[in-house]
Write a protein that binds this ligand. Structure first.
Ligand code: AMP
Length: 480
């Protein structure tokens, strides 16, 4: 069974084609600059040339047409024609209070999303354009919606209600919704595997720190609080979003600089955060600038890490003590500096990271443990996989076995679950950085070795890793 995952933004369509029976990604790609000049499609296929096809796309329908013609391309393609696709899973940012789980999109459901566009004017309209175009283009197969907000529907009333006139909630739905839900779901379930605990007995604080960033307090396995709110603007300092600030500043500046609400909204969302302080949005550029003694870059880095620490502290209290702190997304997975600064000085609270393990843990292909032996709270780095959640939801909606996550076990909750593609990429990374092998959490290492025994190519690459014996003692004997 082949599933197409779509993530439609205002000027881009990201896609991934997945073969469920073989449990592997066939192709991943993106069509960019839709409705702007010079649109193009880029596609990656394991073991094939990376391709870029320039072609004008006026709208999402033409963009999908280009994506499908790339997936079915006689030379670079991976499927014969579109009839191979069994279902489409769409990422939808805002599901409001109506959806605590993924759904099959019917005309009524589509209408509900349209009504919700008011709550997410930047995100839902492009998501809906994508759904409409895909339904027109592939009318005979089911389309499903997987929402960023669904995971957070377990937040209690006293957590999601703002201290504002209550009628704003009853009239307009003003409340905390939270986002990054599919990422938090995946990471929370994986953390339970790493802790070797029932997911509903786990208290976690998950830091999803990417270009967009939010922190999630997970109590007894479900979302209890999260830093993003009514929109993705609240909470952390992000690439271009300001996060928490005194909203009186907005009115002050609107008066001083004669700005409209729309202009102010755009500044807070697109010109603030790391960009507002440094003129740069990418953490790699900021880290490089810090190395060159750039004062503003240093200030931005300190600000971002202090904000993470503040949320870590408050959420550890909110859940009554965390079993684990988990870092994920681009910065969370790759920036040892951000993790170090966010975790420093928490020893008296039982949170102790191992500086050497933290320095090593820079990979998007393997799970790592960076807590010190004497840390009461485990600290993990778990590469997120939102598409994996989307794919499993689609597959189980199709076969009728899908349930809300509190009554359902995902395959990636199996202690032996491995992402095959990531394993192969990890083996390549380890040729240069074999020390990554030494920081795998125990249960993950067992699953990884089991996968290595299954795949001859992977086994060969592992045996070629320099010093492999040092990081995986007894590996030669085990593999022979
Ligand atoms: P995401 O939104 O999850 O794709 O994360 C994107 C962010 O991850 C980018 O803004 C980068 O700043 C950050 N990132 C990616 N790789 C690294 C790295 N090696 N070191 C520091 N930050 C990184």
């Amino acid at each position: 069974m082949i599933i197409l995952c779509l993530n439609c933004g205002s000027s881009s369509v990201k896609y991934r084609l997945y073969n469920w029976d073989e449990r592997r990604t066939l192709a991943a790609g993106i069509v960019e600059r839709i409705g702007i000049k010079d649109s193009f499609c880029e596609q990656e296929v394991a073991g094939k040339e990376h391709i870029r096809i320039p072609q004008d796309c006026q709208d999402h329908r033409q963009a999908l047409q280009l994506a499908v013609s790339t997936m079915t391309h006689p030379r670079y393609g991976v499927i014969k024609d579109m009839s191979c696709i069994s279902a489409v899973g769409h990422r939808v940012v805002h599901g409001g209070e109506k959806f605590a789980k993924s759904v099959i999109i019917t005309p009524e459901i589509y209408k509900t999303f349209e009504d919700l566009s008011d709550l997410a004017p930047l995100h839902n309209p492009p998501n809906l354009m994508g759904i409409k175009a895909a339904q027109e283009f592939m009318p005979d197969i089911p389309h499903m919606a997987i929402m960023d907000t669904a995971w957070h529907q377990t937040m209690p009333e006293h957590v999601y209600t703002y201290a504002l006139p209550y009628e704003w909630y009853t009239k307009y739905g003003v409340r905390r919704y939270g986002f990054h839900g599919t990422s938090f779901l995946y990471v929370a379930k994986r953390a339970a595997v790493l802790l070797e605990k029932n997911p509903f007995e786990c208290n976690l604080v998950i830091c999803h720190i990417g270009n967009g960033a939010s922190v999630n307090a997970v109590k007894n396995g479900v979302s209890y609080d999260t830093s993003m709110g009514f929109t993705p603007l609240e909470g952390m300092m992000m690439g271009t979003r300001c996060g928490d600030h005194d909203t009186a500043i907005d009115f002050f500046i609107m008066q001083k600089e004669n700005k409209s609400p729309q202009e102010m909204n755009s500044i807070l969302n697109k010109k603030s955060g790391l960009l507002g302080i440094t003129g740069k949005t990418d953490m790699r550029d900021i880290q490089d600038a810090v190395d060159r003694n750039d004062d503003m870059a240093s200030l931005a880095l300190e600000m971002e890490c202090y904000r993470i620490k503040k949320y870590l502290g408050s959420y550890c209290f909110a859940v009554g003590g965390a079993h684990a702190i988990v870092f994920t997304a681009g910065i969370g997975e790759m920036s040892d500096i951000v993790r170090e600064k966010s975790l420093q000085g928490l020893e008296s609270l039982g949170i102790v990271f191992d500086p050497e393990k933290n320095r090593i843990a820079k990979t998007r292909n393997s799970e790592s443990e960076i807590s010190a032996k004497n840390s009461k709270v485990k600290i993990f780095v778990v590469p997120t996989d939102e598409e994996r959640v989307l794919i499993e939801d689609v597959v189980h909606l199709l076969d009728g076995t899908y349930q809300i996550h509190t009554q359902f076990t995902y395959r990636f909750q199996d202690p032996e679950y491995m992402n095959t593609l990531r394993c192969l990429e990890f083996a390549e990374e380890c040729q240069k950085k074999p020390e990554l092998l030494g920081i795998m959490p125990l249960i993950y290492k067992k699953a990884f070795l089991k996968e290595v025994k299954k795949q001859e190519g992977l086994k060969k690459r592992i045996q070629q890793i320099p010093d492999v014996q040092k990081y995986l003692p007894g590996i030669e004997k085990e593999l022979n």
